[in-house]
Design a protein. Structure first.
Length: 197
C-alpha cells in the first residue's frame, strides 16, 4: 500500500477515517499510509475539507476539475484515480472525469471553465510564467477575486497531494484503465531498472 512501513491499525483509533468514509465514500490509501503521524492526517483532512469539500467561491465541480487537471499534468495516477471516483460518487454532472483530467480543452464544459483550467494548468507547470495578465484574462470571463484566489490555493493543494502520494508510493484506491493508459503506472509501482545499452 505504501513505501512506508506501517503497522496494522484499527480505523476506530482514527476518528477522521470514519468521517472520511461518510463524506467521500471510502478511506483513501493516501491517509491510511500516514498512520505513523495522526496529527498530520488530522491537519490534512481539515485542509482538504476546507479547500475541496465545502462550497466556496468556486463550485465543487470546478474544484474537482482543477484538482484533476493539475494531478494529471503531474502524472499522479493515485490522485487522478481517486478524484475521478469522487466525481462519480458525488454524481457531478458533466463529461467523464477522465476526459477533464486528460484533455479538458476538448471537453463539453463552459468556455469560462476551460479558461479557468487553462490558467490552473499554466500555474501548475509554468509557475514563473504566470502574471497579472493571466488574472486579467480570467476576470474577462467573470471570475471574481475570491474565485481566482481559491483556484490558486487548489493548484497548490493538488501539488502538495501529488507530491505526498508519490513520496509515500501510494497505490491507487481504484483501478482505472483510462487513467493508467494516459498517465502510466503511477505511484506505488516498482520502477524499471536502467539497463546498460
Amino acid at each position: 500500500m505504501s513505501y512506508i512501513r506501517n503497522q496494522p491499525f484499527d480505523e476506530k483509533d482514527f476518528p477522521s477515517f470514519s468521517a472520511m468514509r461518510e463524506q467521500i465514500g471510502f478511506l483513501p490509501n493516501f491517509y491510511a499510509a500516514q498512520i505513523l503521524r495522526p496529527d498530520l492526517i488530522e491537519a490534512e483532512v481539515k485542509l482538504m475539507g476546507t479547500i475541496l469539500l465545502v462550497e466556496g467561491a468556486l463550485s465543487r465541480k470546478q474544484k474537482e476539475y482543477i484538482f484533476l487537471v493539475c494531478s494529471a499534468a503531474n502524472l499522479s495516477t493515485y490522485c487522478v484515480t481517486a478524484h475521478c471516483e469522487m466525481v462519480r460518487m458525488l454524481k457531478l454532472e458533466g463529461p467523464d472525469p477522465e476526459q477533464i483530467a486528460i484533455d479538458h480543452a476538448h471537453a463539453k464544459i463552459p468556455i469560462a471553465d476551460k479558461a479557468l483550467l487553462n490558467y490552473c494548468a499554466k500555474l501548475n507547470k509554468q509557475t514563473t510564467k504566470v502574471g497579472a495578465a493571466d488574472l486579467d484574462a480570467l476576470r474577462t470571463y467573470g471570475f471574481s477575486e475570491q474565485q481566482i484566489m481559491e483556484a490558486i490555493v487548489i493548484v497548490g493543494f493538488a501539488q502538495f497531494a501529488n507530491t505526498v502520494a508519490f513520496g509515500l508510493g501510494t497505490v491507487p484506491d481504484f483501478h482505472n484503465a483510462k487513467v493508467k493508459q494516459a498517465l502510466g503506472e503511477g505511484e506505488g509501482q516498482p520502477q524499471p531498472v536502467n539497463q546498460p545499452a
